[in-house]
Ligand binder design. Structure first.
Ligand SMILES: NC(=O)c1ccc[n+]([C@@H]2O[C@H](COP(=O)([O-])OP(=O)(O)OC[C@H]3O[C@@H](n4cnc5c(N)ncnc54)[C@H](O)[C@@H]3O)[C@@H](O)[C@H]2O)c1
Ligand SMILES: N[C@@H](CCC=O)C(=O)O
Length: 542
């Protein structure tokens, strides 16, 4: 008989520092050298079998050194997708019948493997493939992914133990937290190894089988994550990974009768396309697919005249330029009162111009390159527009160079017009738009920016005045799913600041939290009557 058990209580994985001379730095350098030398092929994983996709070849390169090829993948075809659906369907009965504790143990083992022997391999892959610095790789590929796996086990257990609180005499009520009927399609972005690892495993933990389509530019770390999960004991067919652009995969998977949910993180247009496709196919599904998507942002920092100037300056630099601004949470618009602006402007520009950028295997850099040619071109265009626009002035950065890697200098643009597109459009890179306002216009500025952008992901208020903080917290209640007071708007920690946003930023089903895991269950209410009535007549009938 199964005992009632309690998995180990989760705590956040501590960040290692990679300071010169530290053992983690030495291990990381070794892994970087190994992975740089390898030229891998990245196969699909279908029903536990590793096999080359049948479509066009895509080279996976280092963004900061785009002639350096890390490996190649082949676009997955419709035939690959059909095989993956078959494998996910075949694996489902055994996986959902597997005791919950065993499913938990697989993810807890994966977390321990990542905290130990796999840590520097996945960090190195994330640095080389996604151009993250050692620190940015550590907080993502190591700590956040470990936290997702450990905290999800804790929250899943909470869900299973959530049972009806009332039972009429002679009756026992129970809730059966079933997995969904069908498979889940997990589609993941380039920018976070942790998100890529969480999106397929969260539904799997709840007993679902999954088709996972990672981003081609994150494929190195995605393939290693898949290997790690296999080592942790994830059975064949539970998570089926299909590399490539996903276009042919979606042709098969999106209209499939057994599509039970999509777990997506990426841009708003892609998510809206997927949602529309589900709408167009709505009559063909066995059950209504769950749609969970976390998408774009136009994240803000608003400073009040009482703001601490140094706190503001550091929040602007770190919040906007860490990982080249390629976090959905990155600050890309700031509203600063003139009295504070005059105190920080020169230092802010000097600090920004001094940020070192380059090959991330040189650990002295603050930043690497943007992810690919498309992102580079988008930034060149946005910066090019500044020169010809009267109300915009370039204060820092603006230089771009793609001769070796896709480098875009951290850029600050001042705009006298808070309705410029720089305050509404997501560029997803190192460009910060600043609007300087007169000190007595704080409330008008906040009311204007509250809904000027369509997004509502992250935002920050920097202020010392408690009444101003309280007012901003209330006025900006729906402007951000993650709201920070006197801090940068990036760096949410699992279990501490559950992450996700509303409006055009997504369905706000907080990653790494119970509300997210609930979306992958379909509860069944069970009522048992111990001594059923034997007479159909009611007492009032006499
Ligand atoms: N809110 C969040 O939690 C969060 C987190 C990370 C990134 N993001 C957002 O992600 C975006 C950047 O990531 P990106 O460039 O990888 O986004 P993207 O939308 O270009 O791609 C996301 C994923 O969707 C895939 N895709 C695109 N079309 C598809 C289709 N028809 N069928 C199947 N798959 C398809 C891509 O290959 C990739 O795997 C930004 O907008 C950023 O704000 C949001
Ligand atoms: N959760 C991350 C952002 C993820 C999106 O890219 C943060 O809070 O900075």
């Amino acid at each position: 008989m199964d005992a009632i058990t309690f998995p180990p209580a989760p705590t956040n994985e501590p960040n290692l520092t990679y300071a010169p001379g530290s053992p983690e730095r030495e291990d990381l350098v070794v892994e970087l050298a190994l992975l740089e030398k390898e030229q891998r092929s990245f196969p699909a994983v279908i029903g536990g079998e590793h096999r080359e996709g049948g479509g066009a070849e895509i080279k996976v390169v280092q963004p900061h050194d785009h002639q350096h090829v890390l490996g190649t993948l082949r676009n997955s075809t419709t035939a690959d997708a059909e095989a993956a659906v078959k494998a996910a369907t075949a694996a489902a009965p055994d996986w959902r019948a597997m005791p919950f504790d065993e499913r938990c143990a697989i993810l807890l083992k994966a977390a321990d493997l990542l905290a130990g022997p796999w840590r520097q391999r996945l960090n190195a892959a994330t640095m080389l493939g996604q151009s993250k610095t050692a620190f940015q790789a550590e907080i993502d590929a190591a700590c956040e992914l470990i936290d997702f796996w450990r905290f999800n086990v804790h929250y899943a257990k909470q869900i299973l133990t959530d049972q009806p609180i009332a039972n009429s005499p002679g009756i026992w009520n129970r809730t059966d937290h079933r997995p969904l009927e069908g498979f889940v399609y997990a589609i993941t972005p380039f920018n976070f190894t942790a998100i890529a690892g969480n999106l397929p495993t969260a539904p799997a933990l709840m007993g679902n089988t999954v088709i996972w389509k990672p981003s081609p530019t994150q494929q190195l770390a995605a393939s290693l994550t898949m290997e790690l999960l296999e080592e942790a004991g994830m059975p064949p067919g539970v998570i089926n990974m299909l590399p490539g652009d996903g276009l042919d995969v979606s042709k098969v998977v999106m209209p499939h009768r057994d599509l039970a949910g999509i777990h997506f993180t990426g841009s708003t247009p892609t998510f809206q396309h997927l949602w529309r496709t589900i709408g167009e196919n709505i009559q063909g599904y066995r059950t209504y697919p769950r749609i969970v998507g976390e998408t774009g942002g136009k994240d803000f920092i608003v400073a009040h005249p009482s703001a601490d100037p140094d706190a503001l300056r550091v929040a602007m630099i770190r919040g906007s330029f860490e990982y080249q601004g390629q976090k959905c949470s990155a600050a890309s618009r700031a509203y600063v009162p003139r009295s504070v602006w005059v105190k920080i402007k020169d230092q802010l520009i000097a600090d920004t111009d001094a940020l070192s950028m380059g090959d991330v295997t040189d650990l002295s850099h603050f930043m690497g390159a943007v992810i690919d040619e498309r992102a580079f071109a988008k930034h060149e265009k946005a910066i090019g527009r500044v020169q010809g626009t009267d109300h915009l002035s370039l204060l820092a950065g603006g230089q771009t160079d793609d001769s070796v890697g896709y480098f875009v200098r951290p850029t600050i643009v001042e705009s006298t017009d808070p309705t410029d597109q720089m305050f509404s459009d997501e560029y997803f890179g190192p460009i910060l738009a600043v609007h300087v306002y007169e000190d007595d216009h704080f409330e008008q500025v906040v009311e204007q920016m509250e809904s000027f952008a369509p997004y509502a992901l992250t935002g920050a208020i920097i202020a010392q005045d408690r009444a101003a903080i309280a007012w901003a917290r209330k006025t900006l209640r729906f402007a951000a799913g993650n709201f920070y007071i006197n801090d940068k708007p990036t760096g949410a920690v699992v279990g501490q600041q559950p992450f996700g946003g509303g409006r055009a930023s997504g369905t706000n089903d907080k990653a790494g939290a119970a509300v997210n895991l609930l979306r992958w269950t379909s509860p069944r209410s069970i009522k048992e009557t111990f001594v059923p009535p034997k007479d159909h007549r009611y007492p009032h009938m006499g």
